[in-house]
Design a protein around this ligand. Structure first.
Ligand code: TXA
Ligand code: MG
Length: 349
C-alpha cells in the first residue's frame, strides 16, 4: 500500500514530513513535490533504496539520477571539486530549477551515476522538498515521478495515476509551479554545456558565466551525435496518440493544421490539436487543448505535460501541435514537444 501524506506548502506539517523522512531513512521510496515536476525520492547514498526507484519507474539502468540537496555542505561531500562557474551559478540560481554536473566523489554510489564519473546535483526551491531532505539528512535521489516514457508529473494526481501501489509514499501538495524539468548543465567540460533546456535559459546562464553552449543533440535529432546525457536518447513525454508538430508562420500553421485535421478525420480518426490561447478559436478538431499563452512561455511550461496527458483521456488518435522557437524559454518547450512527437516536425513556409 502506498501511504498518502497531504502537506500544504503554506503550513508545513512537520510531523508528516518526519514520517516521510523516516521512510527515506529506511530505504523506502517517497514521491515529493518540487517546483519543476514531482520527483520520486529515495536515499541517494543507499544502493538498495535507489534500486527501488528504477524498478518502480521501469527506468533503464543506464540513465543516471539527480541528487537533490538542501544546503551547500551536502554539495561539498558529493563532488571532487566545485568549479568557479558552479559557484556563480549556485549563487544566482539555487535553490531553483538548475541541475549541475560535477566530478563525483567516492561516496556517490555507482547506481546513481549509472557508472559515469560525474554526478548531477540540484538544490530545489520547493519548501516541502527542502524540508524533507533536511529532515532525512541525506541527499535524495529523484527522477521525475512518472512511469518511464510518460509525460512528467506536474500534479499529485499524475503521480497517483502512474505510481500508486508501486512506491511506499506520496506527498500530495500543490501543482508544480514551473512544470518542466530543470535545466541540466555539465560543468566538467572546458565549455559549460547545456544538456537539457529548462526554465533557466541559455541566455540567463550566459549572462552569469559568459561562456556556455547548447549541446548539439538538443538542437538536432541525429543518431550520429553521441548523447552525453543518457536521458537524451530515450523517447520521452509521449502521449498515447502519435503527435506531429507544425512549425512556421502563425497564419500558415493554423491553415496547415486545419487541412491535416480534415484529412485525418476523413480517414475516420479522432484528431486533437494542441493550441495556444492566441489561436485556439481558429481550430476545428475533435478536441482542442490550450497549453497556455504564446506571449507568456511560463504559462505554457506550467501546463504542457498536463495537456499531453489530457489527450490520453479523450481517446484522441492523432495530435497536431503548434511549434515553438529555440529562443529563451521556448527552447525548453520545443525540446519537450519535439521529444513527445518523436521529432515528427512539419515546417510550413
Ligand atoms: O527538475 C528535475 O530535474 C526533476 C525533479 C524531480 O528534480 N528531475 C528529473 O530527473 O527530471 P530525471 O531523472 O527525469 O532527469 C535527469 C536527467 C536525465 O536526462 C539524465 O540522463 C541526466 O539528468 N543526468 C543525470 N546524471 C547525469 C550525468 N552524470 N551526466 C549527464 N547527464 C546526467
Ligand atoms: Mg524524467
Amino acid at each position: 500500500m502506498t501511504k498518502v501524506f497531504n502537506i500544504s506548502s503554506e503550513n508545513l506539517n512537520m510531523e508528516l514530513i518526519r514520517q516521510a523522512a523516516d521512510i527515506i531513512n529506511n530505504k523506502g521510496t517517497v514521491a515529493m513535490p518540487t517546483e519543476t515536476v514531482y520527483g520520486l525520492g529515495a536515499d541517494g547514498l543507499n544502493e538498495e533504496a535507489v534500486k527501488k526507484i528504477y524498478i518502480a519507474k521501469g527506468r533503464p539502468s543506464d540513465n543516471p539520477l539527480i541528487l537533490h540537496i538542501s544546503n551547500m555542505n551536502m554539495l561539498e561531500k558529493l563532488v571532487e571539486e566545485i568549479p568557479e562557474t558552479a559557484k556563480l551559478l549556485a549563487k544566482t540560481f539555487w535553490p531553483g530549477p538548475l541541475t549541475m554536473i560535477f566530478k563525483k566523489s567516492s561516496i556517490v554510489p555507482r547506481i546513481i551515476t549509472a557508472g559515469l564519473e560525474t554526478v548531477a546535483i540540484r538544490m530545489p526551491s520547493n519548501k516541502i522538498a527542502r524540508c524533507l531532505i533536511e529532515e532525512a539528512n541525506t541527499p535524495i535521489a529523484a527522477p521525475s515521478a512518472n512511469i518511464s516514457g510518460k509525460p512528467s508529473p506536474t500534479k499529485a494526481k499524475h503521480v497517483i495515476e502512474d505510481l500508486d501501489g508501486r512506491i511506499d509514499a506520496i506527498i500530495t501538495s500543490d501543482d508544480s509551479t514551473i512544470g518542466l524539468e530543470s535545466t541540466v548543465i555539465d560543468l566538467t567540460e572546458p565549455i559549460p554545456n547545456i544538456l537539457r533546456p529548462g526554465a533557466i535559459t541559455f541566455e540567463a546562464i550566459k549572462e552569469v558565466i559568459g561562456q556556455v553552449q547548447i549541446d548539439q543533440a538538443i538542437l538536432h535529432q541525429t543518431t550520429r551525435i553521441k548523447a552525453k546525457s543518457p536521458g537524451m536518447k530515450y523517447k520521452h513525454y509521449a502521449p498515447k496518440a502519435p503527435m506531429k508538430i507544425i512549425k512556421g508562420d502563425r497564419v500558415k500553421v493554423v491553415k496547415a493544421i486545419n487541412e491535416l485535421t480534415q484529412e485525418y478525420q476523413k480517414q475516420g480518426k479522432k484528431v486533437g490539436v494542441l493550441a495556444t490561447e492566441e489561436t485556439k478559436k481558429e481550430y476545428k478538431a475533435d478536441k482542442v487543448i490550450t497549453m497556455g499563452q504564446r506571449s507568456k512561455p511560463d504559462t505554457i511550461m506550467a501546463k504542457l505535460f498536463d495537456s499531453l496527458r489530457a489527450f490520453d483521456e479523450e481517446d484522441i488518435q492523432i495530435i497536431l501541435s503548434e511549434g515553438f522557437s529555440n529562443q529563451g524559454k521556448e527552447l525548453a518547450i520545443s525540446n519537450r514537444l519535439n521529444k513527445a512527437a518523436g521529432f515528427d516536425i512539419i515546417e510550413v513556409e
